[in-house]
Design a protein around this ligand. Structure first.
Ligand SMILES: Cc1cc2nc3c(=O)[nH]c(=O)nc-3n(C[C@H](O)[C@H](O)[C@H](O)COP(=O)(O)OP(=O)(O)OC[C@H]3O[C@@H](n4cnc5c(N)ncnc54)[C@H](O)[C@@H]3O)c2cc1C
Length: 441
């Protein structure tokens, strides 16, 4: 997640990840002896689950719909091999406890430091006045205390209301540019549970994830269509044939689960369905613009926030890691609209806004653009999971296994680590341990 204010999250202690207490049914044990575990989805959660199963000597098959691994951790090179940018995850959040921090250090990847505040704020086509900048800073100061739950489970928008218009605006900015969702749709209790700590900005988080798991066997371009768990063994139907499994770990994003693109037979039990109903996907979106360094040096300007009346607020990362790039970040319904409008429209919009910040010459410096439109990506259908107000228990509830043989996992189930690669990784490992326990391994 990207955030436009320091610190990214409140320092709250993690609720321990729930380990599902489970005893394997005799029929399941029998099926497991010669059986295998199918892991659906080769993002951070599925990869971590498969790696743990391999370490435990458990046979497994890892199935992935895309033609690559990593899921929402993906370093995009479509703007040129010398101009990679992370279309999805780019920060190792809460680095003090995140398993990716030591992995990244051992791999020698580059980190960039971030001071947390954009250096430039523009409103429509002009630089913000001192008074406007002061109002913005005032909105953020004290916001954490306002958003902290005081009973019930209001939305972030409701929680901020008592702080007046500056606080409401700050909460909206935080919600869209950190969670990818409008503040009316975010549970304040869930937000409060998210882990906080140091954020490390990684040069190539997607590459790091893909490299770390490169030696895991995986069947690519193999979308799973149906999971039939009506019998003692599970039948996993894919576009390329069916497999039988003793147990299945399903790590597809909540957006895919809700879309019905992957069906369960029988359907989800009431408990899991109710939990899923309380979750939805945000629309955190990036638009990468490749710039002509002969015409403009984005790094000279510093990161920028561009506010437009009646349009989405864009946060521009200028020249990340010294590259001739500007990456626009946005979230909420404004981002959904741009994803639906398509890449050409989104790139034109971001270019227009860049011009408002850097001057008209910047528009002529844009050589190419890329929309990382997760909202319309069929294998994600959104950026990451959001808990709706009043559904604060949804993440924990989804971890209950179905029939002792179907286990859901991924960032959405990661408690305080939700919405992150680190959380997905820990939750994938949690699911693998639950499966091993269930199989009596
Ligand atoms: C724009 C953006 C910015 C982000 N920024 C950060 C950040 O800075 N730091 C951070 O830690 N996190 C960030 N995140 C969140 C992070 O990327 C995710 O939380 C994490 O990658 C999710 O991992 P996962 O394994 O749960 O899901 P995924 O990575 O989505 O993996 C699920 C896999 O299932 C596959 N799949 C889908 N349908 C099927 C099917 N039918 N059959 C088989 N496979 C299927 C998908 O292709 C995918 O590979 C960001 C996400 C986005 C979108």
């Amino acid at each position: 997640m990207r955030t436009a204010r320091p610190p990214t999250r409140r320092a709250i202690l993690a609720a321990p990840l729930l380990a599902a207490p489970l005893l394997a049914a005799p029929a399941l044990r029998a099926a497991a002896r010669g059986g295998t575990v199918v892991v659906v989805g080769a993002g951070s959660a599925g990869l971590a689950a498969a790696a743990l199963l391999r370490e435990a000597g458990q046979s497994f098959t890892l199935l992935e719909a895309r033609d690559r691994i990593g899921g929402r951790a993906f370093t995009d090179r479509s703007l040129g091999p010398d101009c990679p940018f992370d279309a999805g995850a780019e920060y190792i959040h809460w680095a003090e406890r995140n398993p990716w921090a030591p992995i990244a250090r051992a791999a020698g990847v580059r980190f960039a430091s971030e001071d947390g505040w954009a250096r430039t704020l523009t409103i429509d086509d002009r630089a913000a006045t001192e008074a406007e900048q002061a109002a913005r800073r005032a909105g953020f100061s004290g916001l954490d205390a306002l958003l902290a739950p005081k009973g019930g489970d209001p939305s972030l928008a409701e929680a901020a209301r008592a702080g007046g218009p500056n606080a409401e605006q700050a909460a909206a900015g935080l919600s869209r540019l950190s969670l990818g969702e409008d503040p009316e749709r975010v549970s304040a209790v869930d937000y409060d549970r998210l882990w906080s700590g140091t954020d490390l900005w990684v040069d190539g988080y997607g590459d790091l994830v893909a490299r770390h798991f490169a030696d895991l066997p995986v069947r690519l371009a193999c979308p799973v269509e149906v999971i039939d768990w009506s019998g003692p063994a599970v039948r996993v139907g894919t576009a390329r044939g069916a497999l039988s499994a003793a147990a299945v770990i399903v790590t597809v994003p909540v957006g895919v689960l809700k879309s019905g693109a992957l069906r369960f037979t029988p359907g989800l039990p009431d408990l899991q369905q109710a939990a899923l109903d309380g979750l939805h996907m945000g629309a955190y979106t990036k638009i990468g613009l490749r710039l002509d360094p002969g015409k403009i040096d984005p790094a000279a300007f510093g990161d920028a926030v561009s506010v437009a009346t009646g349009g989405p607020t864009l946060y521009f990362e200028m020249g990340p890691f010294g590259r001739p790039l500007a990456v626009a970040n946005l979230g909420g319904d404004g981002a959904r609209d741009l994803c639906r409008a398509g890449e050409a429209a989104a790139v034109a919009h971001a270019t227009e806004r860049l011009g408002a910040i850097l001057g008209a010459q910047a528009r002529g410096a844009v050589l190419a653009g890329r929309l990382a439109g997760w909202w319309t990506d069929p294998q994600a259908l959104g950026s990451y999971s959001i808990v709706a107000p009043g559904h604060a228990e949804a993440r924990d509830t989804l971890r209950a296994p179905m029939g002792g043989r179907v286990f859901l996992a991924g960032e959405a189930l990661a408690g305080g680590g939700a919405m992150t690669v680190g959380g997905a990784t820990l939750d994938g490992e949690r699911a693998a341990r639950d499966v091993l326990k269930a199989l009596g391994a």
